[in-house]
Write a protein of this length. Structure first.
Length: 89
């Protein structure tokens, strides 16, 4: 799960930022169904856990140059794992 996504990023921008870390199955920014404005949260799905972990470590804290720094966690069902938790394993 990715937090603090700039409001002007499209799904294509989102995908492009995460693609260097591995095969992206899907990259989707959550939009408000009424206003169609970005909620600033999105999901990236990778083909492998290794790619997801590498992306989380590489993109967590990423400076969007728009006054926001991405927060990236791995969601596995109801559990979320931060970069610190994964590094500790």
């Amino acid at each position: 799960m990715v937090f603090d996504i700039p409001g002007n990023w499209t799904d294509e921008d989102f995908h492009a930022h995460f693609a260097p870390f591995g095969h992206v199955v899907s990259a989707k920014i959550c939009m408000d169904s009424v206003t169609t404005v970005s909620k600033g949260v999105g999901f990236v799905t990778y083909a492998s856990l290794t790619a997801a972990t590498t992306a989380m470590q590489g993109m967590n804290g990423f400076d969007t140059k728009q006054g926001k720094f991405l927060r990236v966690t791995i969601s596995d069902g109801g559990n979320q794992y931060t970069a610190d938790a994964v590094a500790a394993q």
